[in-house]
Write a protein that binds this ligand. Structure first.
Ligand code: NAD
Length: 343
């Protein structure tokens, strides 16, 4: 297996949390060859806003030589004419159709709330297809692209995930009463994929889903939740909030030939450069990448070290009730992970 990983520090808090992630992997003596490369809006600004993309050519070349990528959070400038998001570009370029976010809670942070489910978001189509046009003065449209191929590959991956982990249920989130054609394709594909895998499947409309997530999120425990790009972007972020902090939510973008790992959060410019960012999401995404690249022992050691530190509460950042800096928290996780690998 190609054990080279491209690592993009990114913007805002990116370099802080990606540095923390690398420290933890190195403390576990990872055999992955790390190649750091630039992408994002800060390097784009430094280069005089010349490029049409946030991903320089040299980085594209490195990505092509690697088996996986770790992407730090990157800022997307919300102006017409500015480049499109790094994450969206890479998901489309490498056909990383499944954006997977496991959501779980930690006893110390949310006592009395025990959540454990996974969100599967279609990551190459939907409203992120990026097709928008003006249709008259003060009027514009955006295309919501949904294809059977796009749905099938996502929902088959979601069903495989469920079967491999002994989960018995899929929940498809749609708005089929309004979006009859696009969500019609999604729902048909979900029924087929779940049926073929022997899973139960329920459909729930996005508006009700938001309410149910707030009222009684435990009902989704043990289920794989699946939806189109924008719906699941929002629902998985809502779920992240229920877990106590977006700084805990790790994710992967998985395709047939490449995978990209990243924290679910963004570049958090409001706390950048202060050592206040929770590094857990980046560290856990890095651990997942290690497992994906054949280092299951490293992955498991980091996951249990992070759980120990997060539940311990002594060396954690302010978003989850502590007063530690990013690097104090990552040092605690690195120490615990390395110690468990030595045992
Ligand atoms: P954000 O996730 O950056 O921040 C939302 C809130 O969560 C902020 O209050 C922030 O301080 C807090 N937060 C985020 N990460 C944290 C961490 N690790 N520890 C503690 N607190 C944390 O979302 P936003 O403000 O909507 O977006 C900021 C920028 O990030 C935008 O340019 C957006 O496009 C980009 N973004 C990138 C990605 C990505 O790279 N995949 C994802 C989401 C947003």
């Amino acid at each position: 297996m190609n054990k080279k990983a491209a690592v993009i520090p990114g913007d805002g808090i990116g370099p802080e949390v990606v540095g923390a992630m690398l420290e933890v992997l190195r403390s576990c003596n990872t055999g992955i060859e790390i190649i750091e490369c630039e992408a994002g809006s800060e390097q784009w600004e430094r280069n005089g806003r010349r490029d049409s993309t946030y991903i320089p050519e040299a980085t594209s070349q490195v990505l092509g030589e690697c088996g996986a990528c770790f992407k730090g959070p990157t800022t997307t400038i919300p102006e017409p004419g500015a480049p499109r998001s790094v994450a969206v570009t890479l998901r489309q370029r490498f056909e990383l159709y499944a954006n997977v976010r496991p959501v779980r809670t930690y006893e110390r942070i949310t006592p009395g709330r025990d959540l454990d489910f996974v969100c599967f978001r279609e990551a190459t189509e939907g409203l992120y297809a990026g097709v928008e046009s003006d249709v008259g003065p003060g009027a514009a449209i955006a295309i919501r692209k949904v294809t059977r191929r796009g749905c099938d590959r996502l929902l088959d991956a979601a069903a495989r995930w469920a079967v491999e982990r002994g989960m018995s249920r899929m929940v498809a989130i749609t708005k089929r009463n309004i979006l009859k054609k696009t969500d019609g394709i999604f729902w048909e594909s979900a029924r087929r994929a779940a049926g073929a895998a022997g899973l139960g499947v329920d459909e729930i409309y996005i508006d009700n889903m938001a309410q149910q997530m707030v009222l009684r999120p435990e009902q989704f425990n043990g289920a794989v939740l699946a939806s189109t790009n924008l719906f699941m972007d929002i629902i998985s972020e809502l779920a992240s909030g229920l877990a106590g902090s977006i700084g805990l939510i790790y994710s992967a973008n998985i395709g047939d030939a490449f995978a990209m790992f990243e924290a679910a959060h963004g570049s958090a410019p409001d706390i950048a450069g202060r050592g206040a960012a929770n590094p857990a999401a980046a560290i856990l995404s890095g651990a997942w990448m290690a497992g994906h690249m054949g280092e299951a022992d490293v992955r498991d050691a980091i996951f249990s070290a992070a759980e120990q530190v997060i539940n311990g509460g002594g060396a954690v950042t302010a978003d989850i009730g502590g007063s530690a800096t990013t690097s104090q928290m990552s040092a605690a996780i690195a120490g615990a992970a390395a110690a468990s690998l030595r045992r």
